[in-house]
Design a protein around this ligand. Structure first.
Ligand SMILES: Cc1cc2nc3c(=O)[nH]c(=O)nc-3n(C[C@H](O)[C@H](O)[C@H](O)COP(=O)(O)OP(=O)(O)OC[C@H]3O[C@@H](n4cnc5c(N)ncnc54)[C@H](O)[C@@H]3O)c2cc1C
Length: 440
């Protein structure tokens, strides 16, 4: 072990990956598999807590590709669909992934992220990446002629200098490079905040639907109810920032008070005990104004995060890593093809958040809630919607025309109840203004 503060000899790799979450570990595994020397730096130690426990069917082919499908199956709770519970509707609705356009991916998993992220991280090491925990990247300098120099601090206080041909930033919401380059932008079209905890003893569904996610709308936003395999249930409220600002109590109490505002959820938690402290997170919707630059690219949340409502975060993070690995390999081994590879990466990374945004921004509006509560398959709109919810947005299925029809139907519904739509629009606008003013 090196003494505290004493620098070691410089070290070299082809690719330095900052962050060992789903994006970083996926990219590291794929690049190492291709024979590149990869150094993966994770500031924490696995297993570590992370929010984001509900996965999508579109994750499954990625698990196969990485060779971790069996390990994920062993820790996961099968999720065959989503239950939607609305205070404006007498009955809940169940949406099944098997009704999507592409019937080949009818389920996904709910996972404890501590276990899931560790599986991906260890897999990267097994594939040959030098996967290091307790190592925080503190600084990076890019050389004008390509390549980068990274300062890495180990948890024992020791420091290392690394030289890399390319840097993949997968540092999640820390947005390591995005923040350094001033490239991170608050999302001007969306804002929300969340508070969440784990519960034991929640009343869960039985049989086939036992692992489905439940979404409960309530006056100030919506809740998730995510059953995990070990009997614990993750419960979180995603609320308008104005509501979060009303908090005058400790987070644990505030979460319980918030749950009490949603009777259908409170009933499911009647005999449940909170087994973790509640956590709160402020407005988190943002994107960087670039996906890559000379010698680096941004993966997963290090590029953008919009909202948890459709459980897209992990899928988009892993997909960006697959595309990123391809682009990095081209940059390092086939420079003639680098430009094209980076342009493709850019298109695909921007596409994910864009496809979901329109739906996310409207999910608390009465018109959208009405359509989700009773989706009809006219013009194959329901199948297309379910494909979107399954994460099938990278052109596996030709869902675009049917989603367009769904959007037209949404506007027609809004026009049919103009005062309701106007009230919802005003509320959203004033919330956005409030956040913009607070940030100004
Ligand atoms: C309230 C909430 C609920 C959510 N629910 C869901 C959900 O149900 N389903 C879903 O798919 N997504 C959900 N998400 C989103 C999901 O958590 C993220 O999109 C996903 O974790 C992104 O993966 P990532 O690999 O890009 O980043 P992360 O998973 O955040 O991984 C980044 C890693 O980088 C490390 N790191 C950061 N800085 C450094 C540094 N300087 N040096 C070394 N290491 C560093 C961190 O320790 C971390 O391990 C939710 C998000 C929120 C806020």
């Amino acid at each position: 072990m090196t003494a505290v503060g004493v620098a070691t000899e410089d070290r070299h790799c082809d690719v330095a990956v900052i962050g060992g979450g789903p994006a970083g570990s996926t990219a590291a595994a794929l690049l190492a598999e291709r024979g590149l020397r990869v150094a993966l730096f994770e500031k924490a130690r696995h297993p570590r807590f992370h929010i984001g426990e509900s996965l999508l069917p579109a994750n499954l082919p990625l698990f196969e590709r990485l060779g971790v499908a069996d390990e994920v199956r062993a820790i996961g709770m099968q999720k065959w669909g989503a239950e939607l519970v609305s205070p404006a509707h007498p009955q809940p609705t169940r949406l099944a992934f098997s009704d999507a356009w592409d019937k080949s991916l009818p389920f996904a998993y709910q996972v404890r992220r501590s276990q899931f992220d560790e599986i991906l991280f260890r897999n990267a090491a097994r594939k040959g990446a030098l996967a290091q925990e307790g190592c925080r990247v503190r600084g990076v300098e890019f050389a004008p002629d390509g390549g980068a120099r990274l300062q890495v601090q180990r948890e024992d206080g020791g420091e290392e200098t690394w030289h890399a041909g390319f840097v993949a930033d997968a540092s999640g919401r820390d947005t390591f490079l995005g923040s350094r380059f001033g490239a991170k932008r608050r999302n001007a079209s969306h804002n929300s905040a969340a508070l969440y905890a784990h519960f034991r003893g929640a009343r869960r569904h039985e049989g086939h639907c036992a692992g489905d996610i439940s979404i409960f709308w309530f006056e100030h936003g919506w809740f998730w109810f995510i059953p995990l395999a070990d009997g614990v249930t993750s419960v979180g409220a995603v609320v308008w920032p104005y509501y979060m600002k009303t908090r005058s109590k400790p987070v644990n109490e505030f979460l319980m008070d918030t749950i009490a505002l949603c009777p259908s959820l409170a009933e499911r938690l009647e005999s449940a005990e909170r087994v973790t402290d509640a956590e709160a997170t402020g407005n988190y919707s943002y994107a960087c104004n670039r996906t890559h630059g000379p010698g680096y690219l941004l993966l997963g949340d290090a590029y953008a995060f919009i909202d948890p409502v459709f459980s897209t975060g992990v899928m988009l993070a892993m997909t960006s890593a697959v595309d990123g690995a391809q682009a990095i390999e081209a940059c390092l081994r086939r420079p003639g093809k680098a430009r094209r590879a980076l342009a493709r990466f850019d298109r695909r990374v921007r596409r994910g958040p864009r496809e979901f945004s329109w739906f996310i921004y409207r999910v608390t509006s009465p018109a959208m809630r009405g359509l989700l509560m009773s989706p009809r398959n006219v013009l194959r709109m329901k199948e297309a919607l379910l494909s979107l919810l399954a994460g099938d947005v990278f052109a596996r299925s030709p869902i675009a025309p049917s989603l367009m029809a769904f959007k037209v139907l949404y506007y027609m519904h809004s026009l049919a109840a103009p005062w309701v739509a106007l009230r919802a629009w005003r509320r959203r606008r004033s919330s956005l203004r409030e956040t913009a003013n607070a940030g100004a």
